[in-house]
Design a protein around this ligand. Structure first.
Ligand SMILES: Cc1ncc(COP(=O)(O)O)c(C=O)c1O
Length: 405
């Protein structure tokens, strides 16, 4: 049996739309991107969605919006020490300095009790990550942000479909960045999107994704290709608007083929989400018996975890290593991924910031002892039982007694 990490659903509708796009000869950002944006905004429940070329860009561009609101280059952004590396990279790519805060080892998310100590006069924003789809402690984070007048940008890359106290993840801060990479619940294969309720933020994002162009209205891309910006210039000649740049920008537009795949994917979103939730909850329940040796995240009554993947952390008392169990699983046909790293102390690129091993004990522990497996829509009960059986066999080989024994 093979338990794969990921899958890709390309629906019939997506295929038909991709064909249409190719026939139309209009492949760079246009009407399908705008349709996708409207559909994505409706899924999350925000007024605006701005489609981009990756989730990493979504993080970076959301941060870069802050320059229009008084932020300066080299100001600081607080992020959790543990995340997929794109979170830290994006802060640097946007021209800010990441200030890392350790995580809570149970939730895998930024420890809200450690945030205030990291705030300085240069802090402009907090970017919590909802790792593995588990919502960060947003009430506490928003309270701190309000007290210190900081922006909150959710890195919701892994949190499609997650809810926190009755509200959708993605609506809990000033902006939220989602990844649409193939491993994620809504995918355009490669892609990202920022959602927000503030029209002004969305307009700036539209400018940022197109090199910082002056025109940032939502029909901008279409009209620029014909040399006009109907919205801002009321249909007048517009030869130079193409080359007026109001801010430092990026080249980060989504293209029509990606949007076409995304549109078909959103049609299937509810089914995909339901299937993945079922898989996730089945594994969560099945895993309880491994508890003294292996832990996963828990779902609180006030939240709904977005079923991105299934994390596992080898516990201190286990007296076997993550690599031992991962090797066993891989040899048995279960694909695994590590559970990321402490960016400041376990990712070489961040070394120059001067953090030392031991500064983020919880993030480092997960970096050394965590892994995750897929819960995607292509997996069924047989796959999940097989995985649980492999874990039980491994523990049996290690002479570990399970809690139901
Ligand atoms: C937490 C987090 N942030 C950002 C990203 C970046 O997304 P992308 O790979 O689409 O650039 C990812 C990717 O999975 C992620 O997991």
């Amino acid at each position: 049996m093979k338990v794969t990490f990921g899958t890709l659903t390309v629906t019939r509708k997506s295929k038909a739309l991709v064909k249409e796009v190719l026939k139309s000869n209009r492949i760079s950002s246009g009407k399908y991107v705008r349709t996708f944006e409207k559909m994505f905004a409706a899924v999350v429940g925000t007024k605006e969605a701005v489609a981009l070329s990756s989730g990493g860009d979504a993080d970076a561009l959301a941060l870069a919006v802050l320059y229009d609101f008084g932020a300066r280059r080299q100001d600081e952004v607080i992020v959790p020490a543990l995340s997929f590396v794109a979170t830290g990279n994006s802060v640097l790519q946007a021209g800010f300095v990441p200030v890392f805060v350790d995580i809570d080892r149970v939730t895998l998310n930024i420890d809200p009790l450690k945030i205030e100590a990291a705030i300085t006069k240069k802090t402009r924003a907090i970017m919590p990550v909802h790792l593995m789809g588990k919502p960060a402690a947003m009430d506490e984070i928003n309270r701190i942000a309000k007290r210190y007048k900081l922006y909150v940008i959710e890195d919701a890359a892994e949190a499609h479909g997650a809810k926190y106290k009755g509200r959708n993840v993605g609506t809990l801060g000033d902006m939220a960045a989602f990844s649409l990479y193939v491993a994620h619940i809504i995918t355009t294969v490669e892609g990202g999107v920022v959602v927000t309720d503030k029209r002004e933020f969305a307009e700036i994002l539209r400018s940022l994704r197109s090199h910082g162009r002056a025109c940032k209205c939502d029909s901008c891309v279409l009209n620029l290709s014909s040399g006009y910006c109907a919205k801002r210039f009321k249909g007048g000649r517009n030869n130079d608007i193409r080359f007026i740049f109001e801010r430092i920008g990026y080249s980060s537009k989504m293209n029509e083929m990606e949007a076409a795949i995304g549109i078909g994917n959103i049609d299937e979103y509810k089914n995909i989400l339901e299937k993945r939730r079922k898989n996730f909850k089945y594994l969560m329940a099945g895993f309880r018996r491994f508890r003294p040796y292996l832990a996963t995240i828990e779902e609180e009554s006030y939240e709904r975890i977005g079923p991105h993947a299934f994390p596992v952390v080898v516990q201190e008392d286990a007296d076997f290593t993550r690599d031992e169990i991962v090797d066993y699983l891989e040899r048995s046909g279960v694909e695994t991924r590590s559970l990321f790293s402490s960016m400041p102390t376990q990712c070489a690129g961040f070394k120059y910031l001067g953090y030392r091993t031991g500064d983020f004990p919880n993030a480092e522990y997960i970096g050394d002892n965590g892994f995750h497996i897929g819960v995607h829509q292509g997996l069924g009960k047989a796959h999940l039982d097989y995985f649980l059986g492999c874990v039980a066999k491994f523990l049996d080989k290690k002479k570990k007694r399970l809690s139901y024994e």
